[in-house]
Structures are given as structure tokens and as C-alpha cells.
Design a protein around this ligand. Structure first.
Ligand code: ZN
Length: 125
């Protein structure tokens, strides 16, 4: 009888450990996906936006003034492929913007998925 009680206690302890681990993983997933969605921080560089105004229709995320200018330069370059407006506006710079935007869109899609909602419901209060 004592062995049965001990086994149940071990199983209970193991279950709590696994639940705590799942909760930490869920918190990490939620934390990563919450980056860039705060309306008072620049989605790109993370700096606080001092004078919040709704982002322009052509801006998919709230940007600080500098990142908004860079984003617009990126869009102009993507549309026309014209002259570089700054020496750092290289193919690599464009690829950074392209992949960052794809990353943000992927995060947005995952946040809206049933799997993400289930993960949050099961592991976060
Ligand atoms: Zn910024």
C-alpha cells in the first residue's frame, strides 16, 4: 500500500514538473510573439514612440519616425528598384526588411491560429 502511495506521489510530482515546463515554454512563445505588437513601441527597433499617432495606412506596424522613413525607403526601392537613397540601402538591407516583414506576418498568422490559442488557454492564466 505504501508503495502505491509513493508511486502516485512520484507521478504527481512528475506531472507538476511537466506542467511547469509546458507553462514556461508557452510563456516563451507568447513573449516572442508579443514583440512588435505594442502600439507605443516601434515594431522594428523597439524604442518607445514619443508622440503616438495611428500609423499611416501604408505602414503595417507602428514605427518610430526613423523606422517609418526607412520602411518607406524600402517600399520605394522594392517598387522601383531605383537609386539607393543611402549607402546602407543595399540588397542585404532590403533582405533584412523583407525577412523582418515576413517574420511579423508569420507571427501574426500563428497568433491567430487555433494551436496558439489552445497553447495560451492551457498554459497561461
Ligand atoms: Zn524604430
Amino acid at each position: 500500500m505504501a508503495e502505491v502511495i509513493d508511486l502516485k506521489r512520484r507521478q504527481g510530482k512528475q506531472g507538476r514538473i511537466e506542467k511547469a515546463r509546458a507553462r514556461r515554454r508557452a510563456q516563451a512563445v507568447a513573449s516572442v510573439l508579443s514583440c512588435g505588437v505594442c502600439p507605443r513601441r516601434c515594431a522594428h527597433c523597439g524604442l518607445p514612440i514619443e508622440h503616438y499617432a495611428p500609423p499611416p495606412a501604408e505602414a503595417p506596424y507602428p514605427f518610430c519616425e526613423v523606422c517609418q522613413e526607412e520602411y518607406e525607403a524600402f517600399c520605394r526601392r522594392e517598387q522601383g528598384g531605383g537609386a539607393h537613397e543611402a549607402y546602407w540601402h543595399t540588397d542585404e538591407w532590403s533582405e533584412c526588411w523583407r525577412t523582418w516583414l515576413a517574420h511579423m506576418q508569420a507571427g501574426q498568422a500563428f497568433r491567430g491560429s487555433a494551436a496558439f490559442l489552445r497553447l495560451m488557454e492551457e498554459n497561461l492564466d
